[in-house]
Structure formats: structure tokens, C-alpha cells
Design a protein. Structure first.
Length: 244
């Protein structure tokens, strides 16, 4: 079972199906733009920032929609947290001036500060963005401002599908703590208890794995590098060892 938002789930599903897996698509989350006076004012004053930090493909997509509607030109330097975010920026015609050597918020901040003098940064993010980057910037005394442009909401339309499909799968892929939360909220209590004890769960990283541990899931895997490709690798390795 792949619980990721429908648009983002496709690459993960294609990878799994490439190995012969049969996938149940149960998108537990969806995203919506935040359009208010606060972020509209921030984006209108975009020229006051030296750098724009993008930490996900979602931020790129909503940012581009927003500034296209507002008719704003982007002349700032741009930093991307990883390869996929950088590719998304390139797709929309933005040149990436900085990208860390590894996909992590810590690497992004540390390597950026090693290569660049302290500048005014706009952190383009969602409502539930991880705290790592703003906390590290704050610790380093860097001037920055968060521009929150979208929110994550639970996809109520998937509730019925989840309850029907959960007993038919062997493993569930979780790509955020929010997917874990929705999984618990949408499942009937007796099905959730069964799932905790019987299903193999694959988390995209430590934070999502911790959300599963807090709910007492028994079997949890996650990769050292937090990408869907690496999620699939640890799952395939697990299967192969079991078959050995």
C-alpha cells in the first residue's frame, strides 16, 4: 500500500511495480494552496530577499502558481534541498544557484553558510514544514523569513478504501508523519490494532519511523538516505533476505 498524495505517489508505485509488486493506491493526504494577505505581501516584496530556499517539490509547484498569478518576477538566488527539488525548479524555468551534497536540511544549512556570506533568506514552505532548517538558521544568527504557501490536509475520500484494502496488503509505505497520523485516524480501531502487529511498514526516514514507533508498530524499515528510491531498496533487500 502506498499512502502518499496521489500526484507524488506515481514514481514510488512505478518503482515497486518494476520489481513485480502489486500496489494499492490509498492517498491519505492532499494539498491546498494558502492564499492570504500575509503571504501575498511577502511574495510582493520578494526582491527584499537575497536567497529563496526550497525544501520540496510541493513548495516549487505552489510557489510557481502563486507568483504567476501575481505577475511577480523572480530575480533572487535560489537554493534547493535536493535533486528532485532542483529538477522541479528547472522544469519551471528557475536556475538553481546552490544545492547541498546530500539531501538533508542540516547539510543544506551548513554547506550554504560555508559557501555564502550571511544574507536575507526567504524559506518557502508548507504549514507542516520540518523545523530543522529554520532552527539551524536561527542558531547561526541568519536573517530569514518563512513564506507559508500551502497546507497538508487529510484526504477523507480515502477512508473507505483504506479500511477495505488494509487487510489485503503485506506492507505499507509511509512518506511523512502526517500519513501515519491519517492512517490511524481513518482506520477502524480493530483494523488498526491488526495492522500494527501484522504489517511491515517502510518509512521514508527517521522522523516518520518515530511516528510509527510511537504507535507501537512492530516491523519498521527506513533508509539512511530519505528518498523513495532508497525506501524501495531497503524493502527489496528485506524481501531478498527473507527468501534466502
Amino acid at each position: 500500500m502506498v499512502t502518499r498524495e496521489a500526484r507524488q505517489a506515481l514514481p514510488l508505485i512505478q518503482l515497486l511495480e518494476g520489481y513485480g509488486a502489486s500496489c494499492e493506491r490509498v492517498p491519505l493526504l492532499c494539498f491546498e494552496a494558502i492564499d492570504d494577505d500575509v503571504n501575498r505581501s511577502q511574495l510582493t516584496n520578494l526582491a527584499s530577499f537575497d536567497w529563496l530556499f526550497f525544501t520540496s517539490v510541493n513548495t516549487v509547484r505552489f510557489f510557481h502558481q502563486y507568483i504567476t498569478t501575481l505577475g511577480i518576477q523572480v530575480k533572487n538566488k535560489i537554493a534547493a534541498v535536493g535533486e528532485k527539488t532542483a529538477r522541479s525548479l528547472a522544469h519551471y524555468g528557475y536556475a538553481v544557484d546552490f544545492q547541498p551534497s546530500t539531501y538533508s536540511g542540516k547539510a543544506m544549512v551548513e554547506e550554504f553558510l560555508n559557501e555564502n556570506s550571511t544574507k536575507r533568506i526567504a524559506l518557502i514552505c508548507g504549514e507542516n514544514a520540518r523545523r530543522e532548517i529554520p532552527e539551524l538558521l536561527k542558531e547561526a544568527g541568519v536573517s530569514f523569513e518563512k513564506i507559508v504557501i500551502y497546507r497538508t490536509i487529510k484526504n477523507e475520500q480515502s477512508k473507505s478504501l483504506l479500511n477495505k484494502a488494509v487487510s489485503q496488503v503485506d506492507a505499507v509505505f509511509f512518506t511523512s508523519p502526517s500519513t501515519v497520523d491519517a492512517f490511524q485516524q481513518f482506520l477502524k480501531p480493530h483494523l488498526f490494532e491488526q495492522a500494527k502487529n501484522s504489517l511491515l511498514t517502510i518509512a521514508i526516514g527517521e522522523t516518520t519511523a518515530e511516528a510509527l514507533r510511537e504507535r507501537s508498530f512492530c516491523d519498521i524499515l527506513y533508509p539512511e538516505t530519505f528518498t523513495v528510491e532508497n525506501m524501495v531498496e531497503v524493502y527489496i533487500d528485506y524481501i531478498r533476505k527473507g527468501d534466502a
